[in-house]
Design a protein around this ligand. Structure first.
Ligand SMILES: Cc1ncc(COP(=O)(O)O)c(C=O)c1O
Length: 372
């Protein structure tokens, strides 16, 4: 049976009747850059995240860059984050000219290890970027405590975690900034690239909005250098429509996770520890990904692909070992949990339209690989 890692076509059928007339209306209006559709999207997403302000962005990567720019973070400054994340988190720090200081991950959640955070703070530290990987929030008690003690800015990389909660508070509502991605594979994806920054503070929101548009304020007057980081009206309208369905889709992902847990509980692979299921330590995991640890991971991956099951490794090389970050001077062994995760993790299909049959085929195929 073919089980793709992600299939967005059934989701498109659900929203088609709403989306297509809206896109046509925007085409007829020929109003594409910023404007009311973007404002509507910003207000709706910020409210969903429990944040006072939202500013639409061209991508999640640009959201991170602009948040750093808004704080004037650059050469000579240090920013703390985890080495086990998508490239863009650390790419953004490097792009503004700051130095990344890594903190290893908690092996249970794959998120930054709160207990190791404070030791990474130096007099040059300006910000912490906790990444809410796979849809589960990082240890925000530790992050906020260290940030408050040392006067640091917190930029949540919530690109994979819209609607996730830490003790009842949504991703993007705890830090100074929350950065979101509307990349199509995210739980709230648009029809191309898009992103958004949430903020509590009105002055920060205004600065982010100005930087997003070349630092222009008022028109054709520039006190600072920004860029073109704008979200367009077509993407914003898609996000606003999809947002109304997001809780239903998230509930379906959570139900799929529960179904996997039930099916896996019967398998020798899980009972013997050859496969470890994701640990949930927060009260609302939104399962952008369902990632297991697996013995002989690469063999399992080949086995599943041979059975037409979509899987992926997020991520095979931790960022401290990427060639482009060699100037940071790290070597293998520096962040052992991130390195181990890179060798052991495998994402399984978890998208909302996964069926019972498909989940059973995935678990059955994994059980078969380990001999039942
Ligand atoms: C953790 C993380 N950070 C940043 C990004 C960057 O988002 P985008 O692809 O919208 O630039 C992504 C998604 O791709 C991500 O998963």
């Amino acid at each position: 049976m073919k089980v793709p890692l992600l299939d967005l076509k059934p989701q498109y059928e659900q929203i088609r009747a709403e989306v297509e007339p809206m896109l046509l209306e925007i085409c007829k209006s020929q109003t594409f850059i910023l404007g009311p559709k973007v404002q509507e999207c910003e207000a709706a997403v910020a409210a969903y995240c429990g944040a006072a302000h939202g500013v639409g962005m061209s991508s999640g990567s640009d959201a991170l860059i602009v948040a750093l720019m808004a704080e004037g973070i650059g050469a000579g400054d240090e920013v703390i984050t985890a080495p086990y994340t998508f490239f863009a988190t650390v790419g953004a720090i490097a792009r503004v000219g700051a130095k990344t200081v890594f903190v290893d991950i908690d092996p249970a959640t794959f998120n930054l290890d709160g207990a190791k955070l404070e030791a990474a703070v130096t007099p040059r530290t300006k910000a912490i970027i906790p990444v809410h990987l796979y849809g589960q929030m990082a240890d925000m008690d530790a992050v906020m405590a260290v940030a408050q003690k040392h006067g640091l800015i917190v930029i949540e990389d919530a690109c994979q975690a819209i609607g996730a909660e830490w003790k009842g508070q949504r991703a993007g509502s705890l830090g100074d900034y929350g950065c979101f991605s509307f990349f199509p594979s995210k739980n709230l994806g648009c029809f191309g690239d898009g992103g958004l920054v949430t903020m509590r503070d009105a002055a920060k929101a205004r600065k982010v909005a100005i930087l997003r548009n070349h630092g222009m304020d008022p028109k054709y007057h520039h006190r600072e250098i920004g860029g073109n980081f704008r979200l367009d009206a077509l993407q914003a309208a898609v996000v606003t429509i999809k947002l109304k369905h997001l809780d239903g889709w998230t509930a379906a992902r959570q139900a799929n996770a529960a179904r996997y847990e039930k099916l896996f509980a019967q398998t020798a692979a899980v009972k013997s520890g050859q496969v470890t299921l994701p640990a949930v330590k927060t009260n609302r995991h939104i399962y952008n990904q369902f990632v297991v640890r697996a013995e002989r991971r690469d063999g399992l991956l080949a086995h599943l692909r041979g059975r037409d099951i979509g899987t992926e490794i997020y991520y095979p090389v931790p960022l401290h070992l990427q060639e482009c970050f060699r100037p940071l001077g790290h070597r293998a062994g520096d962040f052992p949990e991130s390195e181990r995760a890179a060798k052991e993790t495998l994402a399984l299909p978890i998208y909302p339209d996964l069926t019972d049959e498909m989940a059973a085929w995935v678990v059955g195929s994994i059980a078969e690989f380990y001999g039942g």
